[in-house]
Design a binder for this molecule. Structure first.
Ligand code: CDV
Length: 304
């Protein structure tokens, strides 16, 4: 299976959808010219990463959301996908009635939406935090997703999706792995300087790859991860977009922090060796001992 990841460089607050979609179309063409059949785009691909600001004007907030998909401005990407016969994952802010979600869709090579996911692990805060150098207000703008972690059959391959912070949580992949997922697509926007204050600047990239590589290996699947990268509205966002094999190895990685396509011909049977042996779930998993994972949200310090 030939897949690509389209990393996207900074998008300014003033950029129009039309301009951004034109960039995405160029990336899709680049991926298709290399022979790729599926492309992963980042989280919230159509606009700048607006949750870095506390925006009070509801009309301005709504301007970052899509009410239909495809809409007038996004249709060219769908038309191009159909023309090229290339499917894609696209992250965007979804307005569903009054409900706001951080969403991704899976569009097949015929230009039809075959899957939808709404981000479950919503990080950050609902209000600006005093003293934080970088605000991350996803809890202000997004509800927790209500679709679980579904997987979708795309020809011979079963594809799952998650969004940014989801990639750090083992449960995300295990739920998909228990539905025999072959490929997990993930888009992300990860600022340097978020999180533990004074965290060394190399750690966000390390944690990105650590999470993706462990997930691919432990869940016997491929992972295709696309960053929105570079300095966007004064905030540095990590790049490091990559395709990870079920061996846990990075097969290919972006070198820039700008618009860049990476691609790889994935041998989907690479997972079989692990599924039949070290990670043979039927033989080795012990769910009767995993109760706490669903019964508890946090770690209990109560006396044993
Ligand atoms: N967009 C994100 O979900 N970003 C988070 C940040 C807040 C750490 C991430 O997990 O990369």
């Amino acid at each position: 299976m030939h897949i690509a990841v389209a990393q996207v460089g900074p998008i300014a607050r003033s950029d129009t959808r039309a301009r951004t979609v034109a960039r995405l179309c160029e990336l899709l063409k680049d991926a298709a010219s290399r022979g790729a059949k599926w492309v992963t785009f980042p989280e919230l691909t159509l606009t700048t990463f607006f949750p870095r600001w506390s925006i009070e004007d509801p009309r301005e907030v709504r301007s970052f959301f899509e009410t239909e998909m495809p809409g007038k401005e996004t249709r060219p990407l769908f038309d191009l996908a159909r023309e090229l016969g290339v499917g894609f994952y696209l992250g965007y802010a979804e307005l569903d009635g009054e409900r706001q979600f951080n969403t991704s869709i899976l569009v097949d090579g015929g230009g039809s939406i075959i899957g939808k996911y709404r981000k479950i692990h919503i990080p950050g805060d609902a209000q600006s935090q005093d003293g934080y150098p970088i605000q991350h207000l996803e809890k202000k703008y997004f509800q927790v997703g209500d679709l679980g972690f579904p997987v979708f059959d795309a020809g011979e391959t079963r594809i799952g999706m998650c969004i940014c912070n989801d990639r750090r949580w083992p449960e995300t992949y295990r739920v998909m792995s228990l539905q025999a997922v072959d490929l997990v697509m993930v888009g992300y926007n990860t600022p340097t300087g978020y999180g533990r204050l004074g965290e060394p600047r190399h750690l966000p990239l390390l944690h990105n790859h650590l999470s993706l590589q462990a997930a691919a290996y432990q869940n016997t699947c491929w992972v295709a991860a696309a960053a929105k990268a570079g300095v966007e509205e004064g905030i540095h966002m990590i790049g490091g977009s990559c395709i990870v094999a079920p061996t846990g190895e990075i097969a290919v990685q972006a070198l820039s922090e700008d618009d860049e396509v990476i691609n790889y011909v994935c041998d989907m049977s690479l997972a079989d060796g692990y599924r039949g042996n070290i990670f043979n779930y039927e033989r080795h998993r012990r769910p009767e001992h995993y109760r706490a994972i669903v019964d508890r949200v946090g770690a209990s310090r109560s006396p044993l």
